[in-house]
Design a protein around this ligand. Sequence first.
Ligand code: PLP
Length: 382
Amino acid sequence: MIYFDNGATTPLYPEVVESMKQVLGNYYGNPSSLHHLGVQADKLLEQSRELAAKFLGVNPGEVIFTSGATESNNTAIKGVAFQYGKRGKHIITSAIEHSAVYDTCIQLRDHFGYELTILPVDKDGMVRIEDLKNAVREDTILVSIMYINNEVGSIQPIAEIGKVLRDYPKILFHVDAVQAFGKIPVEPSKVGVDLLSLSAHKFHGPKGIGLLYVRKGIKLLPLMAGGGQEGNYRSGTENLAGIVGMVKAMRITLEKLNHQSNELSQARKVLWNGLQQLEGCYLNTPEQGSPHILNFSLPGLKSEVVLHALEDEGIYVSTKSACSSKSGLPSRVLSAMGLDDERAKSSIRVSLSYLNTLDEARQFNETITKLVPQIKKMLNVK
Ligand code: PLP
C-alpha cells in the first residue's frame, strides 16, 4: 500500500500513540480540579503548552489549544471580527483559502454585515503583494492568508505580507499554517503574524486537536463561553491526551524537518519528473511549491476514475481537499488559478509525508504510466 493522501490526514507516529495511552490511562484528572489528580493533569497541560510554544518560537501564554484548525480558524477570524467590529468591518482573504477560512469569511459577510475582499491568485496559485496593498482600507481589521495551499502546495509570501502589514498596526494578520508546519519553518513572531492555526492530524498527531497562536495583547471574543479555560479564549475541559499527542508529533516532525527535508523534496521531484513525461498530463503545482504536495490534471479523465484505478493498485491519492472532494463541483482553488473546468474536474492531488520513500514515488510513476493509456483505451478517450 502506498499512502499519498497526507494532505487529508496522516497516520499517527507510534510514539504519539504510546504517549496518548499513558495520558489516557494515568492522567484522567480534570486540569481545573484542585486536588492532586487535577494538579498533576494541569502540570502536564502547562508543560505541553511550554513545549508547543518553544517549537513555534513563541511564549507559552500565546498558545491556545483547540479541537483542530477549523476551530482555530473560526476562533481567530470571528474572534477578531466580533472583538474589533466597532473599529471596522472590512476583512481581506484569498480565493484559495481552505473552506474553514473562506466560508467563515463568507458567513461574516452574508450574515453579520462585514465587507470582504477576496484576493485573486496568479496561475501558480500565489497571492500578489500589490493586490494586497491595494485592498487595504481605513476600516480593514483582519487579513487572513494561508501559508501553504492544501490543493496545489503554493507557498504564500507570508513574511512579505507581514512586512506590508507592519505599517498598519491596527490590522491583525491571521495565517492558516496547517499544511506548512513541519514542511517549512513556521515561526509566527519572526514574520509579523498575529494569529496562526495548526492541526495535529496533518503531522502524524491525533485528530480533533489543534492550536491557535494568539500574539500577546490581542483580544478575541471567544466562540465558546463557559468555564474560562485556555485563558478564556476557549472554554471546555482540555483534551489532555490529544494535546500531549500533538506536542509529541510536533517534536518528531520538527526533527524530520531538520534531518529529512531533502528526502521529501527528492520524492516530489521524482514524481514531478515522472508526471512531466506522462502524455496528456498537466502539472497544476508551481515547481517551487511545498515539498509535500503535487497536483496534476489528465483532461478527458474524471478525477474519480483515476483515483479508483490507482486505489485498485494499492495507491491512495485524492481529488481535491478531503472535505470538498464529495461536492462534485470543480475545485475553487484551481478555478481561481485560471484553469478551465475540464482541467479542474480531472485533477489529482498527491500529498507526501516523511514516512514516504523514493521507491514509492518511482512505483507511483510506473503505475500511472501504465494505467493512463489503459483507462483512455477503455473509455475511448484520445
Ligand atoms: N486548513 C487547511 C489548509 C487544511 O488543509 C485543513 C484540513 O484539511 C483545515 C484547515 C481543517 O483542519 P481540521 O480538519 O483540523 O479542522
